[in-house]
Design a protein around this ligand. Structure first.
Ligand code: NAI
Ligand SMILES: CCCCCC(=O)/C=C/C=C\C=C\C=C\[C@@H](O)[C@@H](O)CCCC(=O)O
Length: 270
């Protein structure tokens, strides 16, 4: 996919991984609509980006991805302003095991909502140009993350939902590829919440496991993860893929073709 003058939408764009995805898209010639609840950081980043890449290449919209009214409203404004959506990145996410309903509403609900709303503008049967959706999960979407069971559940949900929607899109000829990104620990403000009992709740005693994982393997820089993100955007052979990125590098996850192939140990029912 040639990114020159393509229109991209990134949620959770004001900082962290979302900001790195915005920057790599703009470096490759895209125009980007930034969505975030953090208005001050978002407006500041928009100004910085338009100074670097030229006027009106970036626009910021305040919205909470867990709100249908918010998210639907800003996507309507984005299409009115930019004309279309070619790339959608559902990146916004939090970690909060105490207020776990909020975590589910944002991490899973926000990704589902962003996928459905974007498809309405992107799918060819609606007059859209097709394109690609990249949803951001985590390595916690591929295996249990004991310090954050709800976070783990949301990220497993993002992986499963994205892979299922990729099949729907392919069989429905939407013309939209759907992929999911599964990063290891990344040096962003989210990671600092690992030390916040307000966010890890009754699972804070599992912190040592997480620290062991980080100490043993290290943490990633956002720009490395952004390169993995760009592969899922640009490489048109990537459709329905889960791309893992950890300090050893990036790799496409191989899932069992069907239930029969799932690694298992037979159990007698007699
Ligand atoms: N930092 C890490 O170690 C990893 C992060 N991830 C995932 O990457 C994504 C981005 O995380 P980071 O950049 O690390 O976090 P971050 O906390 O640095 O940035 C998240 C951004 O999302 C925004 N946001 C939060 N709730 C929102 C909502 N309801 N609506 C709109 N925007 C909202 C925040 O204001 C913030 O700007 C998340 O989905 C996270 O689960 C995945 C694997 C590793
Ligand atoms: C505050 C924490 C932010 C978390 C951000 C994030 O998504 C980071 C994920 C990074 C790695 C997740 C690794 C999960 C590994 C599991 O598959 C399993 O290997 C862990 C086993 C732990 C144990 O020893 O039981």
């Amino acid at each position: 996919m040639d990114l020159k003058d393509k229109v991209a939408v990134v949620t959770g764009a004001a900082q962290g991984l979302g900001r790195s995805f915005v920057e790599i898209l703009m470096k490759n010639g895209s125009k980007v609509a930034l969505i975030d609840v953090n208005k001050s950081l978002g407006e500041e980043l928009k100004t910085t980006l338009n100074k670097e890449y030229g006027p009106n290449r970036a626009e910021f919209y305040t919205a909470d991805v867990s709100s249908e009214e918010d998210f639907k409203g800003v996507l309507k404004k984005i299409v009115e302003q930019f004309g279309q959506i070619d790339i959608m990145c559902n990146n916004a996410g939090i970690i909060n095991e105490k207020h776990w309903e909020k975590t589910i509403a944002i991490n899973l609900g926000g990704v589902v909502r962003g996928t459905y709303l974007a498809l309405e503008y992107m799918k060819k049967e609606n007059g859209g140009s097709g394109g690609v959706i990249v949803n951001v999960a985590s390595m916690a979407g591929l295996g249990p993350f004991p310090v954050a069971p709800i976070y783990t559940a949301t990220k497993h949900g993002v992986v499963g939902f994205s892979r299922a929607m990729a099949v729907v899109s392919k069989l429905s000829n939407y013309g939209v590829r759907i992929n999911v990104l599964c990063p290891w620990f990344v040096k962003t403000s989210l990671l600092s919440l690992l030390n916040s009992e307000e966010h890890t709740g009754s699972f804070s005693q599992m912190k040592e496991i997480t620290e062991m994982l980080m100490e043993s393997e290290g943490c990633l820089e956002v720009d490395v993860v952004a390169k993995a993100f760009l592969v899922l955007v640009k490489d048109e052979s990537k459709d329905g893929e889960a791309l893992m990125i950890n300090p050893d590098g990036a790799a496409i996850i191989t899932f069992p073709e069907n239930g029969k192939d799932i690694p298992s140990t037979p159990v007698s029912l007699e």
